[in-house]
Design a protein around this ligand. Structure first.
Ligand code: NAD
Length: 454
């Protein structure tokens, strides 16, 4: 497997990919080791994961440089991702005991009814490249804490980071027969689907997620899917500081070069504040420095995958051919690396791909609406359901608006935000099941009902 630096297009490393045979061997080892791992005290597993978190912090600079070199993320954002990951681990460390403890549900003379929570067994964690630390720890940390063994397949675009994660988990004390790294592209993922695993936890695109769900269905084991989005944001007429809203919205659209599952992908603005918002949004976006992710002050790095350039170009051409207006950007940069200019399109509508299909890049459509009812109808007009945001200082409008959103997450006066305290869950083509929060701890266990007489 050639690892390519998206900032230069050059091969920076070659790794050996797994094949069906090596993956089968890793599975056998984990199948034998999982029982002993689950039999250890929960407090021991928690202590090991705490050590892993400390190692992530201790090696943060080196890890951020490696991450940046393979996904093109500006180094400051890579450091931010590792800090975010240790923050999430802290949540799991502090909450696992509470949510995994056996519960006495009912008691009467000569009868006790309890629920215990047991590990699923050996699970697959098939992951994405855009936030490999964050989306990885959402799964393999609570899975390991609960006593599962994990076959972790990082994205082929984040393999070096996968190698580092495995190294640090082992250094922290996770046994080699409780966690195994699986390197490779789709074929390696396919090999995991052919094993008799006890659960599949996938982060990635709708197309792959749907395929995995179909393959796993006949196994009758849990299958969780964290998929893409086309996340909308509405700027209501009830706003005092439109410039501030524009700064927030632009960051939500362009952070991580727009390659976030919960990036703002489409914006609707009340006609009364539309002109001012668009002017401020363009002004803010023009301040973003695009360039090599190792350079100081760079906010927009290259796209991780060269293939996405064609997707973005197609969305721009499609929109322009249907009457959109291009206010900024619109094309890839010439020269080395997979750079695409931050792009703003107005006069857009839902006949255009840019308003209906996941862009996953630094491109945004801004549509004028007459009122919040029109915004609600347009925001609900999607097959996705990850997040939806409103900026409004009218509390009644905000509550009514967000209650009508059909998405796993809703935001008032913020966007592009994930909290470990709350479930991360998509509806429709955005996925199935939840990570994070107590629900994302319980996702990795199965309940056992105890009826105790005598
Ligand atoms: P992807 O679907 O291309 O790949 C994801 C993983 O699946 C990779 O590890 C890949 O090797 C593996 N894979 C590919 N084909 C497979 C197959 N046939 N069988 C088994 N495994 C296979 O997605 P990506 O490009 O890595 O990630 C981008 C997508 O992920 C975007 O749509 C984004 O919105 C989504 N995402 C969602 C969340 C969330 O929390 N909802 C978080 C991050 C990313």
């Amino acid at each position: 497997m050639n690892i390519i630096n998206p900032a230069t297009g050059e091969i920076i490393k070659t790794l050996e990919a797994d094949n069906g045979s090596t993956i089968g061997n890793k599975y056998q080892k984990l199948r034998l080791g999982q029982t002993a791992w689950a039999a250890r005290l929960l407090s021991e597993r928690i202590a090991i994961i705490a050590k892993f978190s400390a190692l992530l912090q201790a090696e943060k600079s080196e890890l951020a440089a490696i991450l940046s070199s393979e996904v093109g993320k500006p180094v400051g954002q890579a450091v931010g991702e590792i800090n975010g990951a240790t923050g999430r681990i802290k949540f799991f460390l502090e909450n696992a005991e509470k949510w995994l403890a056996t519960e006495l549900i009912h008691e009467e003379p000569n009868l006790k009814e309890l629920i215990s929570y047991e590990a699923l067994g050996v699970i697959a964690n098939i992951s994405a490249w855009n936030y490999p630390y964050l989306v990885g720890v959402n799964v393999f940390i609570p899975a390991l804490i609960a006593g599962n063994a994990v076959l972790y397949k990082p994205s082929e675009f984040a393999s070096l980071t996968g190698v580092e994660i495995a190294r640090l988990l082992y250094a922290a004390g996770v046994p080699e027969d409780a966690f195994a790294l699986v390197l490779g592209e789709a074929q390696a993922g396919q090999a995991l689907l052919e094993l008799p695993l006890d659960g599949y936890f996938f982060t990635g695109s709708y197309a792959t997620g749907k395929y995995i769900a179909e393959q796993v269905a006949k196994k009758l084991v849990p299958c969780q899917l964290e998929l893409g989005g086309k996340d909308p944001l509405y700027v209501s007429a009830y706003n005092d500081d439109i410039a501030k809203v524009a700064v927030n919205a632009a960051e939500g659209a362009f952070y991580n070069t727009g390659q976030s599952c919960c990036a703002v992908e489409r914006i609707y603005v009340h006609a009364d504040v539309y002109d001012q918002f668009v002017a401020e949004f363009v002004k803010e976006t023009k301040t973003y420095k695009m360039g090599n992710p190792t350079e100081e002050g760079v906010f927009i790095g290259p796209l991780t995958r060269a293939a996405q350039i064609a997707v973005l170009e197609n969305q721009v051409q499609d929109a322009l051919s249907k009457g959109a207006e291009l206010l900024l950007g619109g094309k890839a940069m010439e020269g080395k690396g997979y750079y695409f200019e931050p792009t703003i399109l107005t006069n857009v509508n839902h006949t255009m791909l840019v308003m209906t299909e996941e862009s996953f890049g630094p491109i945004i459509g801004i549509q004028k609406v007459a009122d919040s009812q029109e915004a609600i109808a347009l925001m609900r007009d999607t097959v996705y359901g990850l997040t939806a945001a409103i900026y409004s200082n009218n509390e009644a409008e905000m509550k009514d608006f967000l209650a009508q959103m059909n998405s796993g997450t809703v935001y008032s006066n913020c966007c592009d935000r994930v909290s470990a305290n709350l479930p991360w869950t998509g509806r429709g083509h955005s996925g199935l099941g939840s990570t994070l929060s107590y629900i994302g701890i319980r996702a990795f266990v199965q309940p056992k009902a105890w009826h105790i007489r005598g």
